[in-house]
Ligand binder design. Structure first.
Ligand SMILES: NC(=O)c1ccc[n+]([C@@H]2O[C@H](COP(=O)([O-])OP(=O)(O)OC[C@H]3O[C@@H](n4cnc5c(N)ncnc54)[C@H](O)[C@@H]3O)[C@@H](O)[C@H]2O)c1
Length: 444
């Protein structure tokens, strides 16, 4: 059985990929973990059966000696990817690295070089390639059903509350301290466009719009923290008490996904929608490891997740950004990312010389229809819903990585290919801030 180590036992390191190990028979076991937060470290160690002597506070301790396992899952914060990943490759581990690879292009290239020099696999977690929906779309394009692809219009509709959680109050609120949202959130989408277009980009332009969620727009009388009796709580969609204690936005998103009528009983069986009380999953897991009412109240009083969304102070991620692209084979793509959607999801439209495809990727729902130009007939792609984060993509990606480590197949992308999504994201950030256009030589 394969063995692995985990560097960064946070949200992704604990909850995204390793669900694939909790099946029988398990394809791999985790033999060591590095995580500075003692609560997370212990929780992870107990959940995955890591011996206490192999639980470390820092990746340098874990990677200090000879290799302990076949692979390393690196799920540290954005600005701490390069050092542990390069060290792990040099120590002989195959590496599964969270996106973004790094926060600048030279560091991304350093990672690819380390992988090629050591001959170890480096796979970047571009999970969307593993979504049943996008795999089916790619197969339709490759089979020629759409004819020649002319345009791709794609949007990432981040829900208003996910945006507030991650990009206003959370880890990614400040682009210099973490990374630009177009990189952090949407390098997946840029990778998808590159993959579906089937060629590297040659030209890119971008425009962004600043966020509304800043001090000057704070409603009169709003306190510093939502829990301190905000007079606007009933009408404010960003009320932190509703978001984290009552889970209202999450439950509304799930209701839309399940078409539950308003007022339906949401407590349900275990497989059903979460109960607000005691919910341990995302986004609550990010602000507290104690999901009791007291634990949530403490987090609302003490962490930045309880702050008035207009009063965070150092958030500068855009409310929306659009990216226009031309690929080397003539495909013209347009991508919009924004943080104002009623519902979390992505929408894609691909128009070819023979047919058009319209697709949606939402919480608990993936759908796509193709209409043929000549016959006018529409067919719906058969898609089954899978469990797991990102519509089942995360465990699928992890299983594919494990297969590749065992020499049983190739991942759907290489680290060198992943450079393109990052180049596009860096260029989009630069072009939006400097009102310019980026170009690449086709031969690069
Ligand atoms: N592929 C995806 O779809 C996807 C989705 C969300 C986030 N991400 C990416 O995953 C990464 C992790 O995100 P997250 O939400 O899990 O963040 P997180 O903050 O929950 O987890 C990161 C963990 O790394 C730990 N860490 C910090 N310094 C360390 C060190 N020196 N040694 C070992 N561990 C250390 C932190 O304590 C934390 O627990 C980020 O880069 C993020 O952008 C990817």
């Amino acid at each position: 059985m394969l063995s692995g180590v985990v560097i960064g036992a946070g949200e992704r390191g604990t909850n995204a990929y390793l669900a694939a190990l909790e099946t029988e028979p398990s394809p791999a076991r985790i033999v060591a973990v590095a995580e500075p937060d003692p609560v997370r470290r212990r929780f992870f160690g107990e959940r995955f059966g890591v011996d206490p002597s192999a639980r470390f506070a820092d990746f340098r301790e874990l990677l200090g000696g000879p290799s302990r396992a076949d692979f390393a899952l690196v799920t540290t914060p954005d600005d701490l990817h390069v050092e542990p990943a390069v060290l792990a490759l040099e120590r002989g581990y195959h590496v599964l690295l969270e996106k973004p690879m790094a926060t600048d292009e030279a560091a991304c290239e350093r990672l690819v070089e380390a992988s090629e020099k050591t001959g170890r696999l480096l796979q970047i977690c571009h999970v969307l390639r593993y979504a049943p929906l996008y795999q089916a779309i790619k197969a339709v394009i490759d089979a020629g059903e759409l004819g020649k692809v002319v345009t791709i219009q794609h949007s990432e509709n981040v829900s208003y509350w996910h945006y507030a959680h991650s990009y206003v109050r959370g880890h990614w609120r400040n682009r210099n301290a973490s990374s630009p949202m177009i990189l952090a959130k949407s390098c997946h989408d840029l990778d998808l466009l590159y993959w579906l277009a089937g060629a590297p980009p040659v030209r890119l332009g971008s425009i962004e719009r600043a966020t509304e969620l800043c001090e000057e727009n704070a409603p009169d009388g709003a306190p510093e923290r939502c829990i301190d009796g905000c007079p606007h709580a009933e009408r404010c969609p960003y009320d932190a008490v509703a978001m984290y204690r009552d889970l209202t936005p999450l439950l509304l998103d799930l209701r839309l996904a399940r078409q539950l009528p308003p007022g339906a009983d949401e407590s349900g069986p275990e497989e059903g929608p979460p109960r607000a009380e005691g919910w341990r999953g995302w986004p609550v897991s990010v602000l507290s490891s104690d999901p009791s009412p007291e634990g949530i109240e403490r987090a609302l009083r003490e962490t930045r997740y309880g702050r008035c969304v207009y009063r965070v102070g150092d958030n500068d991620q855009p409310a929306s950004q659009s990216v226009e692209l031309l690929f080397a084979n003539g495909v013209n793509a347009s991508f919009t990312m924004h943080g104002g959607s009623h519902r979390e999801g992505r929408e894609t439209r691909i128009d070819g010389t023979r047919a058009s495809l319209v697709a949606g990727f939402y919480t608990l729902e993936q759908l796509a229809e193709i209409t043929d130009h000549k016959t006018g007939r529409t067919r719906r792609l058969p898609l089954t819903l899978e469990s797991g984060a990102h519509g089942g993509s995360d465990p699928r990606l992890f299983r594919s990585f494990l297969n590749a480590v065992e020499g049983r197949g190739e991942p759907l992308t290489t680290a060198r290919e992943s450079l393109w999504s990052h180049r596009m994201a860096f260029a989009a950030d630069h072009c939006a801030r400097n009102a310019c256009v980026a170009t690449w030589e086709t031969s690069r």
